[in-house]
Design a protein around this ligand. Structure first.
Ligand SMILES: Cc1cc2nc3c(=O)[nH]c(=O)nc-3n(C[C@H](O)[C@H](O)[C@H](O)COP(=O)(O)OP(=O)(O)OC[C@H]3O[C@@H](n4cnc5c(N)ncnc54)[C@H](O)[C@@H]3O)c2cc1C
Length: 443
């Protein structure tokens, strides 16, 4: 009799989603997991990341949270400020996040999260990494799925699998191919927004008491202005202050669809934020000339499905999001955990039954798609509210901000207690277990 744990699992992409998925399958006892990644190593961008309790819950189960936590900041509150004046519009204390949801809300360095996931994976003999190897195409979505791969310095080859999980990010080749097979087109959506990502070292900030106070705080600060904002928090044991912005996308407008990042000019960056307060100006001025990088923020129209045959999409490949809710990587990692949970439930006598495999992947989609779609919408909604210009809508927003979340709601959705309740309280592994059979029966 076949054992589900012998299934050949092929994962495309070693971003947060791919790493989390590989580790989740290994932890469920799967013993044949191959991860293919175009890049020669992880090479994560120098940037921070927020790790909300919903993903910490998963990381904890995967056994890699402790090492990540050691370098993280446990967030105790958020301060939302008028960018031009530095005057606080709202201050929300978050002292009880861990008490309420069982896990803290932390900020950290991306390399710390990725490194924690990777070293978790490296302890698992079941996981084999194939860096410098790109997926060229899916040859068959099922019933006997297979892929063509191309090592950077070698010839293309074909590989059979039992399950193909595409964690290949916003530019997902698998998504494009899957939608084409299903007779629809992959439609990216232009957000009109771009982001600068900046990391300032403690040594650069410590001469300035106001800056040092930010670095030594346990607070996420957002400076908001018309059509733009900056979010900032300490990472790496408070040795680094991470800033990430969102502003009108003026530099990619004429670029090709394939362009996502560009070396940007410091003068342009300073111009975009020229009416922000002196504190912000001083921080932006610390960025060395020639080291300003701008990211285009892209999303995708909601997909008709995430699953075809024995292939499933996850993470940014199927629900790319604006970063304003800080849930993109969290959702990708949760997707992987749910996939491992539901696939492990395939009965031994159905492991080679394509219909059971597809239906199981559909259970994953049923569990996750409505939730992720709602979060992507909320992130976009939050951005619109944060970026309001003068007028009655902004006056109403600022009035709501002044309630400091005491009404249960806040225009900045990541800090809004009602949204936190909705997002943070999910235990996706439990939900997968509780609902697998019921959802499977509906298919
Ligand atoms: C400014 C900004 C701030 C953010 N802040 C947060 C935050 O605070 N919290 C949070 O949870 N999320 C945040 N996010 C979102 C988060 O970064 C993404 O949602 C997350 O990284 C997506 O992970 P992924 O694994 O799906 O995709 P990716 O990280 O893009 O990984 C995809 C991988 O697939 C590889 N790949 C692509 N094509 C192929 C191929 N053909 N063959 C082989 N490999 C391939 C790529 O090289 C890449 O390594 C932020 C995003 C931005 C832009």
């Amino acid at each position: 009799m076949a054992d589900v744990r012998d299934m050949r699992i092929v994962i495309i992409g070693a971003g947060m989603g791919g790493l989390g998925t590989a580790l989740a399958f290994a932890k469920k006892g799967f013993n044949n997991i191959h991860v293919f990644e175009t890049a020669s190593n992880l090479g994560f961008v120098g940037a921070g990341i927020q790790m909300p309790p919903n993903v910490v819950r998963v990381l904890d189960r995967l056994g890699c949270w402790e090492a990540i936590l050691a370098e993280s900041t446990n967030v105790r509150g958020t301060s939302i400020r008028q960018g031009s004046t530095n005057i606080e519009l709202s201050h929300v204390e978050m002292p009880d996040i861990e008490e309420k949801y069982g896990f803290p809300h932390c900020t950290g360095h991306r390399s710390s999260l990725a490194g924690g996931l990777l070293s978790g994976c490296q302890k698992e003999n079941a996981i084999k990494f194939h860096f410098s190897t790109a997926l060229v195409r899916i040859d068959s979505f099922g019933p006997a799925p297979s892929v063509t791969l191309k090592p950077r310095d070698g010839d293309e080859y074909t590989l059979g699998a039992d399950l193909i999980l595409a964690a290949d990010g916003i530019k997902s080749r698998v998504r494009t191919q899957m939608l084409a097979e299903l007779g629809t087109e992959s439609q990216e959506e232009d957000t009109g927004q771009a982001a600068y990502r900046i990391m300032l070292q403690r040594s650069e900030m410590e001469h300035d008491p106001e800056m040092l106070a930010l670095l030594d705080s346990d607070t996420v600060v957002r400076w908001v202005g018309e059509r733009r904002h900056i979010i900032a928090y300490p990472v790496s044991n408070k040795q680094i202050y991470n800033l990430s912005s969102a502003q009108p996308d003026d530099h990619f407008a004429s670029a090709t669809n394939a362009t996502y990042t560009t070396r940007a000019s410091k003068a342009d960056m300073l111009k975009v934020y020229e009416d922000f307060c002196p504190l912000v100006q001083r921080m932006l001025n610390l960025v060395p000339d020639g080291e300003v990088c701008e990211w285009k923020l892209r999303v995708h129209k909601p997909l008709p499905t995430w699953v075809h045959g024995s292939v499933a999409l996850l993470g940014d490949a199927c629900h790319p999001t604006l970063p304003h809710l800080s849930q993109g990587a969290a959702m990708a990692i949760e997707d992987g955990a749910v996939l491992a949970e539901v696939v492990s439930k395939i009965p031994a006598d159905k492991v080679h039954d394509p219909e059971t495999v597809t239906k199981t992947l559909k259970v994953y989609e049923l569990l996750r798609k409505p939730h992720c779609t709602a979060l992507v919408d909320l992130a976009a909604h939050s951005g619109r509210s944060l970026h309001l210009g003068e007028g009655t809508a902004k006056e109403e927003r600022d009035r709501e901000f002044r309630q400091n979340g005491k009404t249960g709601s806040l225009p900045d959705k990541w800090a809004s207690p009602d949204v936190q309740q909705m997002v943070y309280s999910h235990d996706w592994i439990k939900e997968a277990n509780d609902n697998y059979e019921r959802l499977f029966a509906t298919l």
